[in-house]
Design a protein around this ligand. Sequence first.
Ligand SMILES: [Zn+2]
Ligand SMILES: [Zn+2]
Length: 335
Amino acid sequence: MKTLVCSKPGVWNWRTEEKPTLAADEVLVKIKRIGVCGTDLHAFQGNQAFFEYPRVLGHELSGVIDDAGNSDFAVGQAVLIIPYLHCGDCLACRKGATNCCANMRVIGVHQDGGMREYLNVPKSHVLAVDGVDFDSMALVECLAIGAHAVRRGNVQQGDDVVIVGAGPIGLGCAQFAKANGARVIVVDMNDDRLKFCRKEFGVDVVKAGGGAASAISELTNGDLASVVIDATGHAGAMVGSINFCGHAANLVYVGLTKGQLTYTHTDIHKKELTIFCSRNATLEDFSRVTDLMREGKVVSTCMVTHRSSFSDMPDRFTDWLKPETGVVKAVVELD
Ligand SMILES: [Zn+2]
Ligand SMILES: [Zn+2]
C-alpha cells in the first residue's frame, strides 16, 4: 500500500509498505477520505509545537472496515475514526473526560496517522455511521471539537451566543449553538467568511474590531452574550472576548494560544464570568455530530472548498496553506 510521509517540515515522501497486521482488539480500515486540518498545515510548515518527524499525518478520517479482527464490525461497513487514543487510567479518563487525558496520543499527531491506504485502529476508536457520506464523516472530528465547546459553554435554548473566529472550528460552534436553539452572532475580520456564515447558517454577523462590542450590545438589547466561544487562538482576541460577555456569562476558549492572557481582574469579576477551556472531543460529541448530520441540522459539505486525489495531494497542499485561495477545508479522496 501507499503511505505519504512528512519526513521533515516542507517535505513529503511516498513509501510503499505492507498492509498493517492487526494487534488484539484492532480493526483495519481502508481509508476513503482525509480531512486536512490546521494541525496538518502547521506540522508540514514546521510550526506545530512538540512535533516529531518523520510523521504520517492525517487524523480526520473516514473509510470502510477491511478486516474486522475480533470486533462486531462487518467488512465493508462505513466508519469514522476517533483519533484521540486516551489511556483510560488517568484522573481525567476516570472522570470521563477522555478528551483531555493526561497521556493523550492523537493518531496523526503523536503517532502515525491516516495518510495511507489502510490504517489499523483500536476497535474502541472506530464509530460505525449510517446515512452519512464519506466527506461528512471525515469532518466529524473537526465538528466534534465545536460540539464539545458548545457543550462546555452549556448553550441553552434562547441564549445569545457569540462565536469569535469563523474558521472551521468556529463554523462548527455556530452550527451546534444554533442546533441547541441559541441565537448566534459570528464575529470575524474576514468579510467573505461573514458573508458565508450569514448565507449558509442564517446567523447574525459582526465585523471584528473596535465597534464589535457595541454592535453585539445592539443586537442583544444591551445584554451582550450569555455565552462567548473564542475559536481564534489569538491572544488579543481571546482577551477582547470578555467585552462581548454579558453579566453571568460563560466564556469558552476552544482556540489555543502559546501566548499569555492578561486581564484586569475587575473586568471578569464584576460580570462573574465563568471561563472554560475546551480541548478535543469525547465519544458523546462525535455521536452528537453524526446524529445532527443525519437530521440535516449540521452541514459539513459547504465547508469543503478544496479537494484532491491522494496521489495529487503533495502538489495541492501548498495551495491549502494560502488563505488567499479561500480555503476553509480541504478533503483528500482515496479510491
Ligand atoms: Zn484536526
Ligand atoms: Zn487518560
